[in-house]
Design a protein. Sequence first.
Length: 284
Amino acid sequence: MRRIVFAAFAFLFLGALPAPGAEPVSRWRTERLPLSVAEATLRIPADGARGRLPALLIFGGFEEAGKVLELVHPDRPVLLASFDYPYRPPRKFEFPGSLRFAPEVKRAVHETLRGIRELQAALARRPDVDSQKISILGASFGAPFAAQRSAPPFAGVILVHGFGDVPGTAMHQLLRSWRERFGLLAYPLAWLLTQLSWTYLQAEAPEVAVEALTSDQHVLVITAENDSFIPPASSEALWAGIKRSPALAEREIMPGDHLQPGSDELIARILHRVSGWMAAKGLL
């Protein structure tokens, strides 16, 4: 899995959700939906009248929205939606040069959160969408965005290989490459950079945001048993926050490492679990 570094965030992660196999929906049509921060891509079943569809917003790594949606093969009719993260500077973090992009990172984080709210509201207004069945899935880098507060709340929240303690997670990634470069200075330097960067971003911590989940929201958390990209403490911080909420939450620890391209068997198992869970909870 290629490393992605989101400027002052330091190293974060690429998440993709491809699934091999045939899909029951034989034809799809694509629509573009302008938002104030980006243009959303909608992938809609085109096999005749299906009534009001459930909707699923999907956010993973830095793939283009259209590509992400084409990689997802739901086993039931559902409207899929996503948009590109509004971030254009280089994604490779080079210290200290990349720090000049910090204002653009901060803007992108808050615009992404605003875009998710706008997309949710726009879908709820569509006559072909069941406004009571709009869910969000965040995988890897997309999980902190999916974990944020929404009004009205999403019916379902799926967090795949997500994490809390964003600065601690970013520091974990920095240390993977900085130990050799900076030696004994690596830890204090990475700690200071990630703490200052997180403070500068002024974003709500995912492990705090999930405490606002409500009693009528269904939440599924999928954690990798041997995740080399997310430290166990960060995964546990997110789950602990969810448990402090009244949400109807389930957690599954699946064998394997962090999501990455080429892990077809792992990705297929994850998507099968997500689809079955959503159907069982009446979200599809």
